[in-house]
Design a protein around this ligand. Structure first.
Ligand SMILES: Cc1ncc(COP(=O)(O)O)c(C=O)c1O
Length: 365
C-alpha cells in the first residue's frame, strides 16, 4: 500500500488541502446515500465533464492512471510480440504495462535537457512491429504530441497521450489530452485532480472505446471508479483553471528567485502563451549529488525529490530494445530533481523562504 501523500512528501503542505466544496459534496452524499451505490449521478457527471472538456465522446473511468495506460494499450491492440515506443525517461508503470501485455518497450532518447520524447528518435524507432507510442507530458513540460501523432499516423500507429501529470494544460492552443489518439488521466492521491485513487481514458475513437468496454465490462465493472471518487473530482475540475493560474504564478516567482543560482537550472519548455500544469517543477543540477541535494532541501523544508530513474538503467536489457545509448535520458536520471506541487497553491509569502532553502542546499554541496 502507498502511504498517504502527506507522509511520502513529508516537507509538503498536506494534500489534498481542505476545501469547502468537497465538504459540501460529502454532506450531499450522506444525505442522498450515493456514497454507497454501485451506480449514480456522480460518475455520469464526471464522464460528461471530461468528454465536454476534451471534446471527445468516449470516456472510461477506471481505478488508476496505471490501469488507464493498460486500457489504452489494450485499446490500441497491443499484445504478444508487438513493440511500444516510449521515452527512456518516463513513469515506471508505463514500461511495466507494456511488458504485462507481452510487448517490448522500445526506449528512445528524450530531447536534450527535457523529460519529453524526441520525435526524430521516435521516427527512427518505428518498425512494422510498432503497435503504439506512449507520449507523456512530465513535470510541467509539454511532450510534442501533435508532431509525433503526425508521423505515427503515416504508419497507422496510435499515440497514447499520458496526461496524468498535466490535466488542463494548454500548449499551442491545444488542450493536453486532445492531441493524442487515446489519452490517460490519473486521480491518484498526490495528483492535481485527486480522489485518492482513480483514472480515466478519453478517446474520440469508437473502436478504441469498444475494445476497452469489451475488456472492462464483465457483467460487472472490472476496473471501477466509485461514485464517491467521482463526486469529489467534479468540483476539482471546476477549480482546475484557477488553481493552475496560482501554481504558474508561484513557479514564476520561484524561477525568478532562483535565477542567479548557478548550480541548477529550471526545466521548462513552454512558450509565453502556453498554460502549463505543474504537478512537479523540475530542475537540472550541474553535478551528480542529487541525493544529497534532495536530503538537504527536505531538511530545510523544501519538498524536492529525485526525478524518475532512466528506464534503461533499472530494467534488464532483455526486457526492452533501446535506440542507441540514450545519453540525454541518462543525464536526467543523474541530474533531475523536482519540487512537489502542494506548495505552489500556498500564499506568495512562502516562496521566498522556499527559494532560500533551495539555494542554501545547493551552496553546501
Ligand atoms: C506520467 C504518469 N503516468 C501514469 C501514472 C500512474 O498513475 P496512478 O498513480 O494513478 O496509477 C503516473 C503517476 O504518478 C504518472 O506520473
Amino acid at each position: 500500500m502507498t502511504e498517504p501523500s502527506s507522509d511520502r512528501h513529508g516537507t509538503s503542505p498536506p494534500w489534498p488541502p481542505s476545501d469547502p466544496a468537497i465538504q459540501k459534496v460529502f454532506e450531499g452524499m450522506l444525505e442522498d446515500g450515493s456514497w454507497g451505490r454501485y451506480h449514480g449521478p456522480h460518475c455520469a457527471h464526471l464522464r460528461q465533464k471530461l468528454a465536454d472538456l476534451h471534446q471527445s465522446e468516449f470516456v472510461t473511468l477506471c481505478s488508476s492512471g496505471t490501469s488507464a495506460v493498460e486500457l489504452a494499450l489494450r485499446a490500441a491492440g497491443v499484445s504478444d510480440g508487438d513493440e511500444v515506443i516510449m521515452a527512456a525517461y518516463d513513469y515506471k508503470a508505463n514500461f511495466a504495462n507494456v511488458v504485462l501485455l507481452g510487448a517490448t518497450p522500445v526506449l528512445t532518447d528524450v530531447k536534450q535537457g527535457f523529460p519529453v520524447p524526441d520525435p526524430q528518435q521516435i521516427r527512427e524507432a518505428l518498425t512494422d512491429r510498432t503497435r503504439a507510442i506512449i507520449c507523456s507530458h512530465l513535470h510541467g513540460c509539454f511532450a510534442p504530441v501533435s508532431e509525433i501523432r503526425e508521423l505515427a499516423a503515416q504508419h497507422d500507429v496510435p499515440v497514447v497521450e499520458d496526461v496524468c501529470q498535466s490535466p488542463g494544460a494548454i500548449h499551442d492552443g491545444v488542450l493536453a489530452g486532445t492531441a493524442g489518439d487515446i489519452s490517460v488521466f490519473s486521480f491518484g492521491g498526490s495528483k492535481l485532480l485527486t480522489a485518492g485513487r482513480g483514472g480515466a481514458v478519453v478517446t474520440r475513437s469508437e473502436t478504441f472505446h469498444q475494445r476497452i468496454r469489451l475488456y472492462t465490462q464483465r457483467g460487472n465493472d472490472a476496473y471501477p471508479l466509485s461514485e464517491m471518487q467521482a463526486a469529489v473530482l467534479c468540483p476539482q475540475l471546476e477549480q482546475l483553471k484557477r488553481c493552475h493560474e496560482t501554481r504558474r504564478e508561484r513557479v514564476r516567482q520561484i524561477v525568478e528567485g532562483l535565477g542567479d543560482c548557478k548550480e541548477f537550472s529550471p526545466v521548462l519548455n513552454h512558450a509565453e502563451e502556453d498554460l502549463p500544469a505543474f504537478y512537479k517543477l523540475a530542475f537540472l543540477l550541474d553535478h551528480d549529488s542529487r541525493e544529497e541535494f534532495c536530503s538537504r532541501c527536505q531538511r530545510a523544508g523544501a519538498a524536492v525529490f529525485e526525478g524518475f530513474p532512466g528506464l534503461h538503467l533499472i530494467h534488464a536489457k532483455r526486457r526492452f530494445r533501446a535506440l542507441g545509448d540514450l545519453p540525454h535520458a541518462t543525464a536526467l536520471h543523474n541530474n533531475l530533481v523536482m519540487l512537489h506541487h502542494p506548495v505552489l497553491l500556498q500564499d506568495a509569502h512562502v516562496i521566498q523562504p522556499l527559494v532560500t532553502a533551495i539555494k542554501l542546499a545547493a551552496e553546501r554541496i
